[in-house]
Design a protein. Structure first.
Ligand code: ADP
Ligand code: MG
Length: 318
């Protein structure tokens, strides 16, 4: 590289995100040191984005940075944890000052927006790949896992499903979308919005939660597997763009990746809380799509029940 990694770190990765009081030692030593406040627990997660696998190689550097952080923030949102710090391991094919500046600017904007501080990482040369490890706080044993769903619970999702999948299909030329929808869907693909605005709801009411990174079918499937139960959901209840409904392309809502919405389950006694939440926060609204049952994973389409068990969701090694 035209510059050594220390000057890259200094120039592009110092002072990213607001300084957090619990950080005793940040970038520059062999490890960062963090104080965990009394009564809190750390939730930690890591995700890698590889060029050509997780994003098209020509994706703008600022989008790549925002997405690398967003997918990790999304994992903490699904645990009902509040993100605080992150580490960044980046592998770069070479020194490209413009690319790095845009990456750094995008990272800085997202870190500030979501109030997370970059406290360390690793920088090396190789195929473009970005790994973010995130850590956040949750009140002791206040986290929400995938394993807490019970028979009779309601199944909910946030936002709209399938838009990122439509965006990718549009970029790959396999779908032609109307212009306005195309730009909205490409934006959903490149700039997922981690649903940290749902953390309070999840902490107070959810029995189980997951972020939808690989499609509802696969990800709700993970809740059911971890919780040892089944579900029945309604295709007609899925929150989708009207275009998906008109063209009967629900497979994008069920089995395409990168939505980063939240799927959660809720004891039926909390049903009223969904209505309260939706009227209080219409822009964060949650949609009831079905219920948890003893076993089996079925989708109702009109009068038919379709078996969703054992397939769906992107798998790297298939
Ligand atoms: P070491 O040799 O101990 O692994 P490095 O030379 O990899 O240390 O990194 C020096 C310092 O810079 C460390 O504090 C490390 O956490 C930080 N760092 C390295 N790369 C990054 C990066 N991409 N983003 C943020 N901090 C980084
Ligand atoms: Mg290192």
């Amino acid at each position: 590289m035209a510059q050594d990694e220390f000057s890259i770190i200094r120039q592009y990765f110092h002072d990213v995100g607001p300084e957090c009081a619990d950080v005793r030692l940040g970038i520059g030593d062999d490890a960062a040191v963090i104080a965990v406040p009394d009564g809190m627990q750390l939730a930690v997660s890591i995700d890698t984005l590889i060029s050509g696998v997780h994003f098209p190689p020509d994706t703008a550097a600022a989008d790549v940075a925002a997405k690398a952080l967003a997918v990790n923030l999304s994992d903490l949102a699904a645990m009902a944890a509040t993100p605080s710090w992150f580490l960044l391991s980046i592998s770069l094919p070479g020194f490209d000052a413009d690319w790095l500046q845009q990456f750094s600017d995008g990272l800085r904007r997202s870190a500030e927006r979501y109030d997370v501080q970059l406290i360390g990482g690793d920088t090396c040369r190789g195929q473009l790949s970005i790994t973010v490890q995130i850590a956040g706080l949750v009140p002791a044993d206040g986290y929400v896992s995938r394993a807490g769903a019970s028979v009779g619970d309601l199944v909910l999702v946030s936002g709209q499903l399938g838009n990122a999948g439509l965006g990718l299909a549009h970029l790959q030329g396999s779908l032609e979308l109307p212009e306005e929808l195309a730009s909205r869907c490409v934006r959903a693909l490149n700039r997922p919005q981690p649903r940290l605005d749902l953390v309070d709801f999840l902490r107070n009411f959810a029995s189980a939660a997951i972020d939808i990174s690989d499609g509802l079918q696969g990800d709700l499937g993970h809740i059911l597997e971890a919780s040892g139960c089944g579900a029945r959901i309604e295709q007609g209840a899925l929150p989708v763009d009207p275009w998906i409904e008109q063209h009967d392309l629900y497979r994008y809502a069920l089995a395409s990746g990168d939505d980063y919405q939240i799927c959660c389950t809720l004891a039926p006694r909390h049903r009223g809380e969904v209505e309260n939440w939706n009227s209080q926060y219409p822009e964060r609204s949650l949609t009831i799509i079905g219920e948890v049952v003893d076993s089996g994973f079925l989708l109702r389409v009109g009068d038919e029940w379709i078996d969703l068990g054992n397939h769906g969701g992107f798998r790297h090694f298939e």
